[in-house]
Ligand binder design. Structure first.
Ligand code: DNO
Ligand code: MN
Length: 360
């Protein structure tokens, strides 16, 4: 397992590379060019600039999170040809710079969706919260306002230029069924996976968060059956998954650890985080510790260890604690503790495995 931490770039993150470097066992950052709009090619000079900066701090740039997919690709519009050709150029350039894994998602319009970004917890910490009843009546435009109001930084998946034509997008998606979205995803994969393979970059789709339809928009990367279907669309190791325990774990029907064991060889990037789910469909992000949430993180990490997972891993969102002022979900402290919890479990599994093999 190779540990990285998400980093939003110089001037766009409250956490610095020098801090990330001090977290034990973290070797790189999951990064992106947040100022390049979805659909445009990533300029080579900008990629090299980040590479230099990150490598100077002794960290690597092996994982990109994420290269966002233009809505016209998800909608299956004729203009997708142009956007896919730009996407391909970006894959080639990233490969040339040494990138090994590219994370992306195929969620229409919105990336992760929550109703509150700083929900106060019993212990004074705050965390991202999803209230099922509230989302039903919420106007998507209000959500966009809330997300932008709460952050002075660019919020990936919530870029203003992408959401500018929100009502038009909603109109367009009215015609798109889940099956259409599957077809559009397949069309995209059939064109990009051969390029990724040729350039030795693994593509890793992030599941939908939450893993069900919101605002009537179709969502398909939601459960075990659908991930299997996704992997079969282009059955190639370069077509893989960013396996996010928190996104999938928001639905209690998903047995997350079982899915890790099933898909391990096609997981190129592991996102590890915990959520506490409630019977009414609400969920709140918690500390990474098993006892604090509803996802058995102990068994998730054991699943990776049992299957000899050697891919990249990162703690996912954390709570906001110790008075830290950060981007929602992406402070330093709780994520650093997440890293140590994951390493703690991993090292214990490793030690007992060695002990067992010495005894036999
Ligand atoms: C939440 C995050 C996601 C992820 C994007 C990648 O679990 O990991 O917002 O960054 O979906 O495209
Ligand atoms: Mn995730």
């Amino acid at each position: 397992m190779r540990m990285v931490l998400r980093w939003f770039g110089e001037g766009n993150d409250t956490v610095g590379l020098e801090q990330i470097k001090q977290i034990p066992g973290v070797e790189g950052v999951a990064w992106s060019l947040h100022d390049v709009p979805a659909g445009e090619e990533w300029p080579e000079e900008k990629i090299i600039e980040v590479k230099k900066q990150v490598e100077k701090s002794g960290l690597n740039i092996d994982v990109v999170e994420s290269v966002n997919v233009h809505e016209d690709i998800k909608l299956g519009m004729p203009s997708r040809k142009k956007y896919i050709s730009n996407y391909i150029k970006t894959i080639e350039r990233l490969a040339k710079a040494g990138v090994k894994v590219i994370c992306y998602n195929f969620m229409p319009v919105f990336d992760w969706t929550r109703t509150e970004l700083f929900k106060k917890m019993y212990d004074g910490s705050t965390a991202l919260f999803f209230e099922n009843e509230k989302i039903k009546d919420i106007d998507p435009m209000k959500l966009v306002e809330m997300i932008s109001r709460n952050s002075s930084y660019t919020m990936p998946g919530w870029e203003p230029e992408r959401l500018e034509h929100l009502s038009k997008l909603f109109e367009q998606y009215k015609q798109v069924t889940e099956e259409d979205l599957w077809d559009n995803l397949q069309y995209f994969l059939e064109r990009i996976i051969p390029v990724a393979k040729e350039n030795d970059v693994k593509m890793a789709i992030h599941p939908d968060d939450p893993p069900w339809s919101v605002f009537g928009l179709p969502r398909i990367i939601t459960n075990k059956k659908n991930i299997q279907r996704f992997l079969n669309l282009v059955d190639d190791p370069y077509n893989g998954v960013t396996f996010c325990s928190g996104s999938l774990g928001a639905n209690p029907d998903n047995d997350v650890a079982d899915m890790v064991r099933e898909f391990s060889d096609r997981i190129h990037f592991a996102h590890i985080r915990n959520v506490k789910t409630y019977d009414n469909g609400d969920f709140i992000e918690t500390s990474h510790r098993t006892q604090d949430g509803s996802v058995d993180i102990h068994d998730v990490v054991k699943g990776y260890h049992d299957t000899q997972f050697s891919g990249y891993t990162r703690p996912d969102h954390g709570r906001h604690i110790w008075g830290e002022n950060s981007r929602p979900g992406y402070g330093l402290y709780d994520r650093a503790m997440g890293v140590m919890y994951i390493w703690g479990l991993w090292d214990a599994f490793e030690r007992s495995k060695r002990k067992r093999s010495n005894e036999s």
